[in-house]
Design a protein around this ligand. Structure first.
Ligand code: MGD
Ligand code: MGD
Ligand code: SF4
Ligand code: MO
Length: 744
């Protein structure tokens, strides 16, 4: 470690986590927090799936003490008091628009319905009858001009009702945060295995002796996954990390779940750490395949018996030269061979990935190249092995399962047509990016946002604001205020409806984890006793009833979520067991997802392998951005992602101590890269992309590969119009060309 990194901690997790727990649970909100931590419902934060009927602390294998600090952070944010009554009367929009994400969230919980009317400067309170009248009128537009966006914190029941209502109205514009997230995994894995989710259960992961962790910062975003990695190392298994940034918690992690085992020193995570060029993972995986071939570690019998299309994949690995591969990914041949050797010689390998893989212009190819590598080594269709997209929001996968998607499975489409007694719209519908483009082209009149922050989650915030400004009515269902409520404003009416969160809803709900496990969430109550909140299910059923009456389904009866679960059981393959869950309380694994035998959900039962093209990854020169040759400048591939202290667009803590980035307006740079051009550590610079710039950005030297950099979203979303992988609509948030130059 050089002096540039001297401020960096050398271990992820550890004492700061314990201190945070202590501070929060001993605070005045502490007793409340403990109650909610023990509530029988799935954790709000990530999709690892802690919580549920075994108690708030248990994971899917029933092991206790699995709640992490992120869970505490998420609950704590929900336990804030209501935004003060007169707040919105006293603060004009122009003031609200000055707030940062952190400040917006700190305002407190939303507790009364609000409206911003055309031409007005203040949000004002609105009664339910007028609110429903406006909502009803808005949805009486042409079906193709109505749309929804959703974020994966709401329940399966809300998700199912949302898509049923939108489809019953004749629209299929069901944009979802997964379009910006794991859509490439769904598209890629479906092509190969006929199923778009992880094929590995938590129990199966526990039988693995090697995990390849690609493009994931799990210590921050899926902390309890790291416990499994620690246990694999303890069993003498291997962890290969592939990430352009050396994330400290992936080098060493001190887990509070193992207090006796060296909380201060931490356990080693990575056995081998490869730092490729951002966006180059296909080249790295073809390199691994090439090395496996050379070492005679490819399982040809397995390919012949269980896969189709493998010949072309093998041929591609043969034919691509080492020079090309090494130049494209920036990792040496010997390091690639070392990775191949570990993978080829392990018994059971799980290949797991997150946003470093999916948020790329070739996200689907990235996923295909990982799946190819798994197949070539026989690491699919058996216990302890397989492909594992690490899902984001706690119920984002459930939203997809419930049919909130623009790529509806045939079986679900047919079942819904039988249920609704009419054919569904055959127009594919807008995904999140298409929705923004359509809105910008005046093609959307009404938009219902079930959670999330569509504005700040998108690239090019200038366009996002302009596009949303062309929608006539936007209805936000939300628990907390966020930037979208102050910048994503409709031309006529913007409505914010305060909703109960998962541990407050007065009825039972369910959620699905990234490991395909369905959790049953007990009813709860809210601390916002004086508020006027509504459950998402109640809002959706009431609106649907007003628009569609009692036919073909009795929408008001669906306020009883047991009835929603009956419909889910009837129409969603793999979810049959949900029809009985009210009687049995038995949480279950969705059928047809976990492959412990090499028989897949493709027509032939064999995996369908696909060749992947090498990405071309040049960076433009500074002059493209109008920077003169005389100005000292550096063009880099910017990774935009999460700090340690945020949940997506919501900022909880300003700094990121694990990367020694003290505030939000920092850029993590390679020291040699910066010094070559004469930039110093902590110097303030301008960072400019193809859509905007940020000034006064502080340079922080870190362990990141040359010509790459890291900044935090949502702030960084002002900088760029993203490239999109057209097969899935996902923006390339992880490879944004930007130029850096001294502030003028
Ligand atoms: N606490 C917390 N938990 C969360 C979230 C949160 O914001 N906060 N968000 C949730 C959601 S919705 C999601 S999607 C997940 C996100 O979880 P992650 O995917 O872990 O989050 P990111 O910050 O986007 O980081 C991705 C990682 O990919 C690496 N990377 C970037 N480019 C490349 C590349 O080209 N190749 C490779 N191999 N790696 C690359 C980055 O350096 C970074 O370490 O977390 C979920 N859980
Ligand atoms: N540059 C860049 N941009 C990105 C990413 C990136 O890595 N880089 N990541 C992308 C990814 S992976 C994702 S998933 C998206 C995230 O995009 P979104 O899911 O749209 O955004 P969030 O910030 O998670 O949404 C937070 C809001 O959800 C609301 N909320 C919380 N709980 C509930 C609930 O129970 N019900 C309801 N109705 N509302 C609730 C709160 O009001 C809160 O303010 O961002 C994407 N954008
Ligand atoms: S790992 Fe994820 S699901 Fe488990 S407690 Fe932490 S944030 Fe919640
Ligand atoms: Mo995500």
């Amino acid at each position: 470690m050089t002096e540039h990194h001297s401020k960096l901690p050398t271990v992820g997790g550890g004492m700061p986590v314990i201190q945070y727990w202590a501070a929060k649970t001993l605070s005045t909100r502490g007793p409340h927090l403990w109650k909610k931590l023990n509530h029988k419902s799935a954790c709000l934060s990530c999709a690892w799936g802690t919580g549920g009927q075994n108690g708030g602390f248990a994971n899917e294998s029933g092991e206790s003490l699995q709640r992490c600090m992120k869970s505490v952070e998420a609950i704590n944010a929900e336990l804030m008091s209501a935004v003060p009554r007169q707040f919105f009367e006293r603060h004009a929009l122009s003031e609200l628009q000055q707030l940062t994400s952190y400040e917006a969230d700190r305002l407190g919980r939303l507790s009364v319905p609000l409206i911003l009317r055309a031409g007005q400067k203040y949000y004002e309170r609105i009664g339910w009858s007028e609110l429903f009248r406006i909502a009803e009128d808005a949805f009486r537009c042409l079906p193709e001009r109505a749309a929804s966006y959703s974020s994966g914190r709401s329940s399966n029941e809300a998700a199912y009702l949302l898509q049923l209502m939108i489809r019953a109205l004749g629209s299929s514009n069901l944009a979802d945060c997964s379009d910006l997230c794991h859509a490439p995994s769904t598209v890629g894995l479906k092509q190969v295995f006929g199923s778009g989710t992880s094929m590995v259960s938590l129990d199966s992961l526990k039988k693995s002796d090697c995990v390849v962790l690609v493009g994931s910062n799990a210590p921050a975003n899926h902390p309890r996954l790291v416990n499994e990695l620690i246990k694999i190392r303890e069993r003498n298994g291997k962890i290969i990390v592939i990430n352009p940034i050396k994330e400290v918690g992936l080098v060493k992690f001190a887990s509070p779940a193992f207090p006796i085992r060296s909380l201060l020193t931490g356990a080693e995570i990575a056995s081998l750490y490869l730092q490729p060029i951002p966006g180059s993972d296909v080249a790295l995986f073809i390199g691994i395949q090439k090395a496996l071939l050379a070492m005679n570690l490819v399982k040809f019998d397995f390919l012949r018996d269980h896969a189709e299309g493998w010949e072309a994949v093998i041929e591609r690995a043969h034919a691509t030269s080492w020079t090309t591969l090494v130049e494209t990914c920036g990792v040496s041949q010997s390091d690639i061979e070392a990775a191949a050797q570990i993978i080829g010689q392990s018994q059971n390998v799980v290949l797991a990935w997150a946003m470093g893989i999916t948020q790329q212009a070739n996200g689907v190819d990235n996923v295909l190249s990982i799946a190819n590598t798994a197949l070539m080594t026989g690491n699919v269709g058996k216990e302890g092995a397989g492909t594992m997209p690490i899902r984001g929001h706690s119920n984002v996968q459930g939203f997809g399962s419930m049919g909130v998607t623009t790529k509806l499975k045939k079986e679900i489409q047919q079942a819904l047509e039988t249920l609704l007694g009419k054919s569904l719209s055959r127009v594919p519908g807008y995904d999140a990016r298409a929705l923004m483009e359509a809105a910008d082209n005046h093609q959307v009149d009404t938009l219902l946002c079930v959670g999330g922050n569509l504005y700040a989650a998108n690239p090019d915030l200038t366009q996002a604001k302009r596009a949303l400004g062309k929608v006539k009515t936007i209805i936000y269902l939300a628990t907390k205020p966020n930037l979208g409520h102050f910048h994503g404003l409709a031309s006529e009416n913007t409505i914010i409806i305060p909703v109960f969160n998962r541990f407050e809803t007065p009825h039972r709900t369910t959620t699905e984890s990234g490991n395909n496990f369905v959790r049953l969430n007990d009813p709860g109550n809210t601390h916002l006793k004086k508020g006027d909140l509504i459950s998402e299910v109640q809002f959706l059923t009431e609106l649907a009833h007003r628009l569609l009456g009692d036919r073909p389904v009795d929408w008001r009866r669906l306020q009883n979520t047991k009835y929603v679960r009956e419909l889910i059981a009837q129409t969603i393959p793999g979810y049959e067991a949900i029809g009985e869950i009210d009687n049995t309380e038995a949480e279950f694994t969705v059928g047809g997802r976990i492959f412990n035998e090499p028989k897949f959900s493709t027509p032939s039962g064999k995996a369908q392998m696909h060749e992947t093209a090498l990405p071309t990854l040049s960076l433009p020169n500074a002059q493209t951005y109008g920077i003169s040759e005389q100005t000292r400048s550096l063009v880099v591939a910017l990774i935009t992602g999460r700090s340690y202290g945020q949940h997506n667009t919501v900022v909880y803590q300003l700094g990121d101590r694990y990367r020694a980035m003290p505030h939000r307006n920092c850029i993590l740079l390679n020291a040699l890269d910066a010094e070559n051009i004469g930039f110093r550590n902590h110097q303030r610079v301008t960072v400019q992309g193809n859509a905007g710039k940020l000034e006064q950005v502080e340079i922080i030297f870190g362990n990141i590969r040359p010509h790459a950099a890291l900044m935090f979203y949502p702030e960084a979303n002002v900088l760029f119009k993203a490239k999109i992988d057209s097969r899935c609509g996902t923006p390339a948030y992880k490879r944004v060309p930007v130029v850096i130059y001294p502030d003028t």
